[in-house]
Design a protein around this ligand. Structure first.
Ligand SMILES: [Zn+2]
Length: 118
């Protein structure tokens, strides 16, 4: 199985950026991300924090930890299925669940998932 090369990501939210065209590569996916990054740098500067410091809210951190917990559970389920010599269909189901749990793990914040169309 081959993977696509690692896509460029928004420096604020981590969303995939569109493929680069002519000119300077994009850093942010949208103006709102550019603005939040600017505000973050300004706040960090005022607070005497390093320029690359990231300040997240308790809610954002809790949300990220919830998602990490979900993927950990999904991977433990997959390992248990392997240990139990589960059927191919059962393994496929637990692996799909693991992939779903990790799908947007590289984004700091995601809105609740809409029903899958695939
Ligand atoms: Zn963004």
């Amino acid at each position: 199985m081959s993977r696509d090369p690692k896509p460029a990501r928004c420096a604020w939210c981590g969303a995939k950026l569109p493929a680069a065209t002519l000119g300077r590569p994009r850093t942010y996916c949208r103006q709102a991300c550019r603005q939040r990054a600017y505000e973050q740098r300004t706040l960090a500067d005022r607070a005497g924090l390093p320029a690359d410091a990231v300040v997240v809210s308790r809610l954002e951190l809790d949300h990220l930890q919830d998602r990490l917990f979900q993927i950990r559970c999904a991977l433990e389920d997959a390992a248990a299925a392997l240990d139990d010599n589960a059927s191919k269909a059962e393994l496929a189901a637990v692996l799909r669940n693991a992939v779903d749990a990790g799908g947007a793990l590289d984004r700091l914040w995601v809105t609740p998932r809409e029903p899958s169309t695939s």
